[in-house]
Design a protein around this ligand. Sequence first.
Ligand SMILES: [Fe+2]
Length: 344
Amino acid sequence: MSQQLGTLEDLPEEYRAAMTEAGVAPLWPMMRNVLPHGAPNPVTKPGYWNYDAIRPLLIQAGELTPVEKAERRVLVLSDPGRGAGAMQATASIYLGLQLLLPGETAPAHVHTPSAVRIVVEGKGGFTVVDGEKLPMEEGDLVLTPGGEWHDHGHEGSEPVVWLDALDLPLFVYLEGSYAEEGPLQSQRNRPDASQVEYLSSGLAPVRRPGESARKYPMMRYPWGRTEQALRQMAAYTDGPIELDYVNPETGEAVLPTMGFTAMMIGAGDALEPVLKSSSAAFHVIKGSGQVTINGETLTYGPKDTFTAPVFANMSFSAADETFMVRVHDRPLQEKLGYYEERAR
Ligand SMILES: [Fe+2]
């Protein structure tokens, strides 16, 4: 196998000009950029967003820009590897912090990318998806899958902030990203499916022959239950305390491309996960500690967010009991057939 491939400069200038004129280029000088040996060479750099630093800017956005002028009042978390303004936090994951003030509504729309909201603070916010009103409480995970109409409202008295995670970069790359707008949805007068059909893990509603479950049967995953489940896992299991958010009917990931994993690390505990081919964003629900990502150490606190590129080498050290939600692209990679884990 050749180690040293020919460069552009090896070629006569006249030949290079003729290639440009003909709209072609030689592959071999660029080959290693797109097919490096052994492992990908990510553009994504580890990112860290301190909530205490961002919150005042969000509140100011609420004063400077009425929701009607923003449609979605969001500060985007840009990948440091791609620079300020990048509409992505990793190659496949977009992250934004969204503010909704009391009485405001974010109008109904539908789009091709899928989104998840992880509620950061505030009471009284809600999302309506396909007529189902989903309350938004701290730590809740709320789905608005691609192709589903959704709007947001706020019946409380304090600002509501949530973290948006979307597979938007994929849809932009595929030139498949677009939205349509519509009137606010009328809401069904009943609690969401997490409080009715899927109140208890392992139980699903009986259906008549030929009747199928909704594609996205449960669109809200209340944090209280997730934390309780993690604590119970911690009491009876060794090793990483992690639970995947799944579709309660199929056991599959909740969305086609994005996966979500709830994590717990005990106070004073360390975690050294295997290297994963998936990129990830970590949102701290509560707790504090340190994490080293590819040699860079950062200190995290409640409501902070940080990202890790593919095959990142990570070490966590929790000062306080830590709960996090990991957003990742493992479901996409599994569908494409290349998800992989490697020993450290
Ligand atoms: Fe949306």
